[in-house]
Design a protein around this ligand. Structure first.
Ligand code: AMP
Length: 542
C-alpha cells in the first residue's frame, strides 16, 4: 500500500480535492476565453461568456421549475445549440441528463419517459407530435414539455407550450451551479437497445465523462482551439462526450441539424472544421457526393469513425479528399470510444490494402481505460493472440459505466468476473491489437443506431400469417447493416414481403423496419433454437 508511515494531516480537503466533472471545463473556458466562439449554428454564433450565461439561466430555470438533484431531465432534440446547453445545464442543477433518440417510435419513447421518470423534457418543434403521443401512452405522470423552436430550420414555435427562450428568460444569470459532491454521481442516462426487447438505461458518472474528455484529447492528438462538427447525434451516448470536451480546449462546436454532404462540406470550408466523429455511412456520403455538393479546403480533417471498421475502398477514396480516418471502438456503456487503433510510426509507409488492414485493427485501450482484451466468455481466460482464435471483447477500468438503471440483474450479468462483457466477438493479434469479427448479442447496427432484433421479432410475431421468425443483420452498402427477416408461415397462410414490411413499419421506427423478408424453414439446433449465425452466413456477400 502506498501510504506513508504517518499520514496525519495528509487527508483530502477542499483545497486539494475536487470531484472530477466536465462542468469544470466550461467554467474555466468562460474565464479564459470569454470572447472566443464557443458555438456556431447557421447564423447563430455564441462566445464562451454567452454560452456559460445561457447554461446558467437554463439551470436556474430548470431549478425554478422544480427540478431537484438526482431527478431526470430528458431531451428530444437534434444537434442544435439547446442540446449542447442541456449537456451542461442539466448536470449544473444536480440533475441527470437523458437524451432520447429522435428517430424512436412512440412506444419506446413512452417506455423511456416512464422508466427514467423524466421530470421535464426539452422537445424540438419537429418532434412535438412524437413527445405528445408518447406522453399520452404513459401510465405514470408525463414529463412537462418545454418546446425548442428552430425557426431558421423551418420549425417556428407552435404556441402550445412554453418556448425554450421564454423558459431561459425565467432563469437567473447568477444561479450557483450545483457541482457534484462525489464524482461517482450520475451525469447522464442513455438508453441503448440490447438483446432484450426493452432498451436498457446506461448510467454514467461525472468522473468517467471528465476522464473521457481528457483521454480523447490525447487519442485524437488535439491541440488548442479545434473546430468540431457535431455529426454523431448528441442523443447517441452524449455524442461520445465531445460536447463536454470542447471547452477544455477553447474549441468551437459547430452544430449540424441536417447531416448531408453539402452541410458537412460547407462547415469544413466556411467554419474551418478540424474534427468530427461519425459512423462509416458518413464517410460514404462524402465520397459519393456529386461535385456540385463538394467544397475544396486546404487542411486535413481528423475523423473518428466507429460502428464498423472503415473498408479498404472507403479509406482509399476518402483519404485523398483531405480526411484522416481513425477507427475507434466502444459502446454507450464505455462513454463512446473506449479503444483506438493507435498508429505506430513503423506503419507510416503502408499503402492500399496493407494500410486498410492496419486501420481495420482496434483494441488499444484509450488512456482512461485500464484494460481491454479478448477472453473466452465461459472461462474468462485470455484467448491465444494468434489472429485466429475468437473470444469476447472485455473492458475494465474508469471508462466503464456505473450500470444499467433499475436493472441490477443485467448489471451483474454484464460485469461477471470483474470485466464488462461487450457481446462483441474479436480475434487478437500477437501485438494485442484486435479485430472485431462478429457480435454475440442480438443487435443490428443500422446507420450507427442499434436495433434489437428481438424487438423486431416480437412485432413480426403479431402478424397473423407468421408462425416463426428471426431477424438478423444484412450487410448494406449505405447503412452498414439493415434488418432482414427470415419467416416461417403458418400452414395454409399466405402473405407477401411488402405486406410484412408494411406491417412492421406501422409499428416500428423506420430504421428498425426489416428491409427484406426471406420465406422458408428456419435452421434450428437439436433443442429447437434458431441458428442465427447460419442465417447471417446466408446474407454475406459471396
Ligand atoms: P452503441 O452502444 O449504440 O454505441 O453501440 C455499440 C456497438 O457498436 C458495439 O457493441 C459494437 O457492436 C458496435 N461497434 C462500435 N464500434 C465499432 C467498430 N469500430 N467496429 C465494429 N463494431 C463497432
Amino acid at each position: 500500500m502506498g501510504w506513508l508511515d504517518d499520514e496525519t494531516g495528509l487527508g483530502k480537503c477542499a483545497a486539494n480535492y475536487v470531484p472530477l466533472t466536465p462542468l469544470s471545463h466550461l467554467n474555466r473556458a468562460a474565464r479564459v476565453f470569454p470572447d472566443r466562439t464557443a458555438l456556431v449554428y447557421g447564423a447563430t454564433r455564441r462566445t464562451y461568456a454567452e454560452y456559460r450565461d445561457r447554461v446558467t439561466r437554463l439551470a436556474s430555470a430548470l431549478s425554478k421549475a422544480g427540478v431537484r438533484p438526482g431527478q431526470v431531465v430528458a431531451t428530444l432534440l437534434p444537434n442544435i445549440p439547446a442540446q449542447a446547453e442541456a449537456h451542461f445545464a442539466v448536470p449544473a442543477t444536480g440533475a441527470v441528463l437523458n437524451t432520447i433518440n429522435i428517430r424512436l417510435d412512440v412506444h419506446t419513447v413512452a417506455y423511456i419517459f416512464e422508466h427514467a421518470r423524466a421530470h421535464i423534457v426539452l422537445v424540438d418543434t419537429q418532434f412535438l407530435a412524437l413527445a405528445e403521443a408518447a406522453c399520452a401512452n404513459m401510465e405514470g405522470g408525463a414529463p412537462r414539455i418545454i418546446e425548442v423552436a428552430d425557426a431558421q430550420a423551418g420549425h417556428p414555435a407552435s404556441g402550445e407550450f412554453t418556448e425554450y427562450e421564454d423558459f431561459l428568460a425565467t432563469g437567473d444569470s447568477d444561479f450557483d451551479w450545483v457541482m457534484p459532491e462525489d464524482e461517482w454521481e450520475s451525469i447522464a442516462l442513455n438508453y441503448t437497445s440490447g438483446t432484450t426487447g426493452h432498451p436498457k438505461g446506461v448510467v454514467v458518472h461525472h468522473r468517467g465523462a471528465y476522464l473521457s474528455t481528457l483521454s480523447q484529447v490525447v487519442s485524437w492528438r488535439m491541440v488548442m482551439h479545434p473546430v468540431y462538427l457535431t455529426i454523431v447525434p448528441l442523443f447517441h451516448c452524449n455524442g461520445w462526450c465531445h460536447t463536454w470536451m470542447m471547452p477544455l480546449l477553447g474549441g468551437t462546436l459547430v452544430c449540424c441539424r441536417q447531416i448531408d454532404a453539402p452541410s458537412i462540406y460547407n462547415a469544413i470550408a466556411d467554419e474551418g472544421v478540424t474534427h468530427f466523429g461519425g459512423a462509416p455511412i458518413v464517410l460514404n456520403t462524402l465520397i459519393n457526393a456529386p461535385d456540385s455538393e463538394r467544397r475544396s479546403f486546404d487542411h486535413i480533417v481528423e475523423v473518428f469513425t466507429a460502428g464498423a471498421p472503415p473498408p479498404a475502398a472507403t479509406l482509399a477514396a476518402i483519404e485523398p479528399l483531405g480526411f484522416n480516418v481513425t477507427q475507434v471502438y466502444g459502446l454507450t456503456e464505455t462513454y463512446g470510444p473506449g479503444t483506438e487503433c493507435l498508429w505506430q510510426e513503423s506503419w507510416d509507409g503502408s499503402e492500399g490494402d496493407d494500410r486498410a488492414s492496419l486501420k481495420a485493427r482496434t483494441g488499444i485501450p484509450m488512456p482512461f481505460m485500464e484494460d481491454t482484451t479478448v477472453l473466452d466468455p465461459g472461462t474468462l481466460e485470455q484467448i491465444p493472440m494468434d489472429s485466429e482464435a475468437q473470444g469476447e471483447i472485455m473492458f475494465r477500468g474508469n471508462g466503464v459505466m456505473k450500470g444499467y438503471y433499475r436493472n441490477p440483474e443485467a448489471t451483474a450479468e454484464c460485469f461477471r468476473g470483474g470485466w464488462f462483457h461487450t457481446g462483441d466477438i474479436a480475434i487478437q493479434h500477437p501485438d494485442g491489437y484486435l479485430k472485431i469479427v462478429d457480435r454475440s448479442k442480438d443487435v443490428i447496427i443500422s446507420g450507427g443506431e442499434n436495433v434489437s432484433s428481438v424487438e423486431v421479432e416480437d412485432v413480426l410475431m403479431r402478424h397473423s400469417a407468421i408462425s416463426l421468425c428471426a431477424v438478423v443483420a444484412k450487410p448494406d452498402e449505405k447503412w452498414g447493416e439493415v434488418p432482414c427477416a427470415f419467416v416461417e408461415l403458418k400452414p395454409g397462410a399466405e402473405t407477401t414481403e411488402a405486406d410484412i414490411i408494411a406491417f412492421a413499419r406501422a409499428r416500428l421506427a423506420g430504421f428498425k423496419t426489416p428491409k427484406a423478408v426471406v420465406f422458408g424453414e428456419l435452421p434450428k439446433t437439436s433443442t429447437g433454437k434458431i441458428q442465427k449465425f447460419e442465417l447471417r452466413k446466408r446474407l454475406q456477400p459471396a
